[in-house]
Design a protein around this ligand. Structure first.
Ligand SMILES: [Zn+2]
Length: 205
């Protein structure tokens, strides 16, 4: 039985594999389901870091700039995500507002912040920060709960309905959110959890 630290489980089907050093630019697939378990691209961690930083900036823009403007019979109204969340101010709607703000803004920001905190020093080859492993584990645990991309799909569906009765103009924040969705997908594709964990384990504290 090899030591536990040499084993890696497929994130999809839990099949155990023996971890070895990959040649540069190679990929390791799961033997049972074919999922890519590890890739070895020296620049991958730097790419993930730059995408996470980009997403962080886009997220700030997405919540602070006007999200959309409605024009109904000459009356124009524009609103940002923060203003929309603050508009719910009583009873059960307030709870809903907190939930929306949490899932589409706070959790994604915490997740991005945790990734940047954990892998930032790795890119420079510096010793890892205190709690970097916990931060990366937190980012992984939050992955199913950060829902910025689901929000943009929901909003788009609602807007198609509204566009029948009012003229809808998308503000800068809408495009920031749209960019954010693309960046998030790219980042989650590029991220090789196995090599990041390995790098975190190997670096001195
Ligand atoms: Zn598998």
């Amino acid at each position: 039985m090899p030591p536990l630290t040499d084993l890696v489980a497929c994130p999809q089907c839990d099949t155990l594999h023996l971890a070895g050093d990959l040649p540069v630019h190679a990929r390791a697939h799961c033997q049972r389901c074919g999922l890519v378990i590890a890739t070895s691209r020296p620049t991958a961690i730097a790419q993930v870091l730059s995408l996470a930083l980009t997403a962080f900036v886009l997220m700030i823009a997405a919540v602070s700039f006007p999200f959309l403007a409605l024009d109904v019979q000459g009356r124009n109204n524009s609103i940002s995500v923060i203003e929309a969340v603050m508009a719910f101010d009583d009873g059960i709607a307030l709870l809903l507002a907190f939930a929306i703000a949490g899932f589409i803004v706070v959790l994604p920001l915490v997740r991005l912040g945790a990734i940047i905190y954990a892998i930032g020093p790795l890119v420079r080859g510096a010793p890892i920060r205190r709690g970097a492993k916990a931060a990366f584990a937190l980012a992984e645990a939050l992955r199913p709960w950060s829902m910025a991309e689901i929000f943009i799909v929901g909003v788009s569906v609602a807007l198609i309905k509204v566009s029948g009765i009012a003229t809808v103009t998308f503000g800068p924040a809408f495009w920031a959110f749209a960019g954010l969705v693309v960046i998030t997908v790219l980042k989650d594709q590029l991220i090789c959890r196995f090599s990041i964990w390995q790098a975190l384990e190997q670096q001195p504290h």
